[in-house]
Design a protein around this ligand. Structure first.
Ligand SMILES: Nc1ncnc2c1ncn2[C@@H]1O[C@H](COP(=O)(O)OP(=O)(O)OP(=O)(O)O)[C@@H](O)[C@H]1O
Ligand SMILES: [Mg+2]
Length: 398
């Protein structure tokens, strides 16, 4: 969709802002450009809508060299959220949002109706905020108006230059979530600039890590974090990149252990026989309606772990509560966090209403390895493997 071919930007004073850049953004893909201040992110972006002309190479949009395009026509296809939001201070929120469609020749009334829809889309009630002026909004609200305005002409391409830069981390996370939700339905082709690696990792289908004027690595978040291509990238993504990987790696069905499942209302002796047949030290316990109830050790069911089981006892009598669970596809970070919070050595994973299996620390570790594609190619990870994690299935909880 957007293709950079050996693109260079050298300013008159000799500064090389962008140096021989080649990469491609697929249709519907969101690439985050991340790197320190002055490394050429904004310059890269502004060359796409021709606010800056490259001094070498070319940029293709949908296969067409943009140098040959009419800049005004080009910008119709490209929404742009600039680094400092840049709302018109003397126009209301609604008029700010309606500006582009109106400029593009839509009747004012129609443009304003569309603007109201877009404000709604970014979570601002137009009847509350539409008539306010930008200085009557919080920073986060202003940034949402910036996003709504960029979407107003429904362009296939979005350039977003630190759109959530000026807000506190809580609001920022909220804006990021909303933006991800929007993107999952709009499927815009997006270049998103940030200098925050956390943001880059959360939002990007792929991340381009910039050094001075160059891309040091362009790959999926899991690979950039799991197998940084250069020492520069490793340092930029941070010493805690192993932890960050937890956020970008989802739990998959293949990661799960499948200890036996018994029902809370099953007779204890029948459950005990079931575990003995499987030679299983413990079982997952579900309610009658399949909701997670907890776990039960084999020893408790057979009465060998203390008080003998009464004849009419059910599994429930001996089970330990552990009703936390995760949906399939949840990030490993959430899995680990839940295990720590419940002081448990496993967490149940469900697909909708269906119990699938359990994730253990050992399986979590192998899931992390699985997620780094470069691992398969034999790239040294430079990490200590956690071979000492006890075999799964032996340590159900506390
Ligand atoms: N008009 C100009 N003339 C000379 N040098 C310029 C000009 N505009 C930008 N630069 C330089 O080009 C380099 C890249 O600037 P750019 O704005 O692309 O950085 P950036 O990665 O967006 O940084 P930040 O994170 O601070 O926004 C910087 O060294 C900057 O000083
Ligand atoms: Mg910039």
């Amino acid at each position: 969709m957007i293709r950079f071919e050996h693109v260079t930007k050298r300013y008159a004073d000799g500064t090389t802002a962008v140096d021989d850049l080649s990469f491609e953004v697929a249709a519907g893909e969101l690439i985050t450009l991340v790197g320190p201040s002055g490394c050429g992110k904004t310059t890269t972006m502004k060359m796409v809508n021709r606010l800056i002309e490259p001094t070498g190479g070319r940029i293709l949009l949908d296969g067409e060299d943009i140098a040959a395009a009419d800049p005004v026509e080009l910008r119709r296809r490209i929404g742009y959220v600039i680094q400092q939001v840049g709302l018109f201070p003397h126009k209301t929120v609604l008029d700010n949002t309606a500006t582009v469609p109106h400029l593009l020749g839509r009747p004012r009334k129609q443009a304003r109706a569309r603007a109201a829809e877009l404000l709604d889309l970014v979570g601002l009630d137009p009847s509350v905020y539409g008539d306010r002026y930008p200085d009557q909004l919080s920073g986060g609200q202003r940034q949402r108006v910036g996003v709504a305005r960029a979407l107003a002409a429904d362009p296939p391409v979005l350039l977003m230059d630190e759109p959530f830069g000026a807000v506190d981390p809580v609001v920022r996370e909220h804006l990021q979530n909303e933006f991800l939700r929007l993107q999952s339905t709009l499927h815009k082709t997006v270049l998103f600039v940030t200098h925050d690696i956390e943001e880059a990792v959360r939002l990007g289908d792929r991340i381009a890590v910039y050094g001075a004027g160059r891309i040091e690595q362009l790959d999926t978040p899991a690979t950039v974090l799991g197998a940084p291509a250069t020492p520069y990238t490793a340092e930029f993504v941070g010493a805690d990149r192993g932890l960050k990987r937890l956020s970008v790696t989802p739990v998959e069905a293949a990661d799960l252990e499948e200890p036996p499942v018994v029902r809370a209302d099953d007779p204890a002796d029948r459950a005990a026989a079931r575990l003995a047949a499987d030679d299983a030290p413990w079982a997952v316990v579900l309610d009658a309606d399949d909701a997670p109830y907890g776990w039960v050790p084999a020893a408790a069911l057979t009465g060998t772990a203390g008080e003998p089981a009464p004849k009419d006892a059910t599994v429930r009598t001996h089970a330990h509560r552990m009703d936390a669970w995760l949906p399939l596809g949840a990030p490993l970070r959430q899995a680990l966090s839940t295990m720590l919070q419940h002081d448990a050595g496993w967490i149940a994973v469900r697909d909708g209403d269906r119990h699938l299996g359990v994730l253990t620390p050992a399986r979590l570790h192998s899931a992390l390895r699985r997620a780094t594609t470069a691992d398969a190619a034999g790239t040294p990870r430079g990490e200590v493997a956690l071979e000492t994690v006890p075999a799964a299935g032996t340590v159900p909880g506390t």
